[in-house]
Design a protein. Structure first.
Length: 319
């Protein structure tokens, strides 16, 4: 099996470096993200936007090298959504130059900056260097490919009876709405046009530079499927309990053997059940620190001032 070393890449690096062209092959499942997944993405993005030091791990992308670029074996849902988000940002940016109500409130330098943002999104994240070929394409076997390309490159939004096209259209409109709402207000304050432009520029910077993926590229489709099956096999996915273990033991690397022993004691007491272990730690955290939603425990603990050093981690494991 020939596998390049896994690489951590920002969205910017993934889409704009090395003349990358990605293609979703016909055997992949259709685009299926609904509002629940889109809301999770937007919540993550807003959290990173609110924290200058925060980065976000957006998952893995598994590809294999093909004649015309890279076939996407795993991660197609988040890759498609990333381009939809960038396209929707570009669409919102156009109003700063094409809508007199907005452009009249900007200086010439600001209008130029807005035009560059629209062009940069197209040139860096949506189109190849020839400015004709889309960086990401869907299977050519049906009309969804042209629907997706028209949506991304032309902002062409049409009604459709095709469920995949409905999902693509919904995602684009959902993201465009949230981008527009985000730049228009900061907390409860309505922002002026120059402030909105700055907020849009920051949104682009944060998503493209601070959202990270792990890219795993293989030389053949067969090798790619082996990796995909390994990453997604039952019991092999990274569950919340695994993340919590890594977080706590990361503070205790100087006494790794003892820390592992304490974790094993908890894990064994709970019948080596990851869900029960997560529930136990969440109960501890809610009682001693504060209530936290089921899906937010790891992030809450990672950012808490109650978990900053080895003493804090020892306390969690021992109590």
């Amino acid at each position: 099996m020939s596998i390049a070393n896994p690489e951590t890449k920002s969205i910017h690096a993934l889409l704009s470096e090395n003349e990358a062209l990605f293609h979703i092959p016909a055997y992949q499942r259709e685009y299926s993200w609904q509002n629940i997944q889109l809301e999770d993405l937007w919540d993550d993005l807003e959290e990173v936007l609110s924290d200058d030091s925060e980065e976000h791990f957006f998952g893995q992308i598994v590809t294999n090298t093909s004649e015309n670029g890279y076939e996407v074996i795993d991660g197609q849902q988040r890759l498609i959504t990333s381009t939809l988000l960038l396209a929707s940002i570009g669409d919102v940016a156009k109003k700063f130059t094409s809508d007199q109500k907005f452009s009249s409130q900007l200086s010439e330098d600001e209008r130029y900056s807005a035009r560059r943002k629209v062009d940069d999104i197209q040139e860096n994240y949506l189109l190849a260097s020839n400015l004709k070929t889309p960086i990401l394409t869907l299977p050519d076997e049906n009309d969804v490919a042209s629907f997706f390309t028209d949506l991304l490159i032309k902002g062409r939004i049409v009604e459709s009876d095709n469920q995949t096209e409905k999902n693509l259209r919904n995602a684009y409109l959902f993201l465009k709405k949230h981008v527009s709402q985000y730049i228009a207000k900061k907390e409860s304050e309505n922002l002026g046009v120059p402030q909105q432009l700055k907020r849009l520029e920051n949104l682009i910077q944060v998503f493209t530079k601070r959202f990270k993926v792990i890219l795993i590229n293989t030389a053949s489709t067969k090798d790619g499927f082996v990796i995909f099956e390994t990453l997604n096999a039952r019991g092999k996915s990274l569950e919340e309990a695994d993340l919590l273990k890594n977080l706590l033991l990361g503070f205790l690397s100087d006494d790794e053997e003892s820390a592992n022993s304490k974790w094993e004691r908890i894990f064994t007491t709970l019948n080596r059940n990851s869900n029960e272990t997560s529930r136990y730690i969440r109960s501890y955290w809610s009682f001693n620190v504060g209530l936290v939603n089921k899906d937010k425990l790891f992030r809450a603990m990672r950012k808490s001032n109650q978990l900053q050093n080895s003493s804090d981690a020892q306390k969690v494991l021992e109590e």
